[in-house]
Design a protein around this ligand. Sequence first.
Ligand code: GLA
Length: 763
Amino acid sequence: MIRNTQIFVHDEVQEFHLTNAQVSYIFRVNDQGKLLHLYYGAAVADRDDFGYLVEMQRRTTAACPIDGNHSYSLEHLRQEFPEYGTSDYRMPAVSIAQGNGSRITDFKFAGYRVEAGKPALADLPASYVDSADEAQTLSIGLVDDLTGATVTLLYTIFADIPVIARSVRVTNAGTEPLDIKRLMSLSVDLPDDDYVSTQLTGSWARERSIIRHHLHPGIQQIGSLRGSASGHVHNPAIALARPDANERQGDVIGAAFVYSGNFEAHVEVDSFSVSRVQMGIADHGFTWHLEPGESFQSPEAILAFSQQGYNGMSQAFHDLVRRHVLRGPWRDKERPILINNWEATYFNFDEDKLIAIASKAKEAGVELFVLDDGWFGQRNGDTAGLGDWTPNAERLPDGMNGLAERINDMGMMFGLWFEPEMVNKDSDMYRNHPEWALNTPGRHMSQSRNQYVLNFANQEVVDNVFEQMAKVLSSANISYIKWDMNRYITEAYDASRGVKHQGEVFHRYILGMYQLNARLLEAFPDLIIEGCASGGGRFDLGMLCYSPQIWTSDDTDAVERMSIQYGTSMFYPLSSMGSHVSIVPNHQTNRVTTLTTRSNVAMFGTFGYELDLAKLSDEEFREVRHDVAFFKQYREVIHTGDFYRLLSPFESDPRDSGKMAWMVVSQDKHTAIVGDYALLQHPMSPFSRLYLQGLDSEAQYEVSVFGGASSIAGMEFSGDELMHVGMIDSDASTGSSSGEVSDANDLGESHDFDSRLFVLNAR
Ligand code: GLA
């Protein structure tokens, strides 16, 4: 069933039906002016009246806002924009404190508007469209008569991806000041609780493990109160899947936040099994003061729905990110293969050492050299220099331009590390402006990594950092910056504002950080900004509006990276995942893996190196050249193709050798690359096959093997066979050992963490 994007409005029954070929989202206004949620899921045909979906029944103990009507209680209705205190006891989408201390509001429908395209959100990053036919937007107006406050709910449905973007704007159209205490960007009441929830949880160097549980009564919540970041702990995204869903099939709803600061995402299951899903700025410590005439715009939340399981949901997010979130020239241009000096030198470098690393990388075919931390101020270690963004003349005797020219002369692009939001106590910036660091008057300032967070809620601070960065970026041909952020906020207080605004500091901080990104990209539109926050501490849709790629984790160990990248792929595309080959023993885990496996994992990302290639053997260096050439050949497929997770490292079967596999298929389905990885060897494992996905069932694919060996190399199979019969993968490099030390098969004995890539080309 193919239908165009359409927002059906049935004025007679005040019903709204947002739909495209894949999804339907339906709600209505009742006779009390309240918005009731009716349906969200697979596309259904429109009808004049979905009113039968409003289920009401007398419930003893219910509070009833209509005198004498005992079956009408907001606690028992599924809503779109719930409030607390007028008969609903669940978590509200909004809470506004008024002059008399009351927080009761009663927002009622006041009108709607449908427009082609998608409006931008003031001061906030959001998904966007290139042309008005790519989406339609419905705005719903609500008003609270007593305070005069108004609300605009924005719903955008995209034309050919199963995605709806939502946000909320509150305006104080009354005469007295108001304080917003809670405002969710998204609230939806699903009719039952038979869902398995997925969250991406972890820590520094162990980001985004896939954690699942069945919904249970009460509130289940993830979030961040870390101020400067969505954080390493919980990614701002959740999925709710029917229990029979898996990677290939079944209904899955995904929700992700286009925001990088404090957030909460929760599901509240009530005693009648209704599941209220909400996502928004965390309300802890949050207050936004609105004088009459002022507005507050919430960040955007994205809803995606798929009937094709988790992979289908992920592909919806990947498509959205690649077409409607990333922007600027690097959205569509091939990303350069880079080499970064951090793990090669840490702070111990001078210009000649950098040039030596870069020239060896150039010989391998690498395209961009990135100078990491340590090039500025008195930054000889991590205790000094942050805030002083002037090149260190001892390390770079000919200045930034001198180094950039030497790199450019080799035929490579040049990139530079910054940590714009931070300051060390031992810096000229702090000595001159101690008041620019976030600090509560009279309180101790906690340090983290020997540094403080600058008050990006203060425009003067953002302006200063912009000017310093713009000066460096104008002084040399710099194509890329790695924008790092290495600590969370403590003792938050905005010294540039008064008492009424202290609940705004975290959000204003994030707005200042976004503003600096936007201004830099406006001034230097060809810049690639690679996001980073001690690795993957700020991997979210907000940052992706500025950074086409984000350093996925400080953990560069290939085995750890299998899980980290696998989890990250749940919501974010391969082209957004910064991934490097590093030295062994690995600096985070001491683990030794083969160069082949390190490369085979890093290829499923932006791809690059973070080591001194001169320290490799000649044979390894030849392999690097080969890998770089391979990646260049298939980079477009990897970054623009459809990605499928095949075997999860989080769910490996203890009887077999423990596997992880994923694949990417070009949009025309002519080419596919399958990454096949062994975890720990167990002798005498079962035979195994990979059931491929997304191929053209009628095409004949020739299989070649890159990095590793396989008995099926050179054979041909139909797409049907590869998807339904399966592709034999227990034969060689990732297969099982026989349990006898000397028993090598023709293709070589297999080891822990062996891997290989299969390349399938349709003939
Ligand atoms: C953070 C980043 C690293 C590196 C260092 C430099 O930890 O995540 O990649 O840039 O800072 O200090």
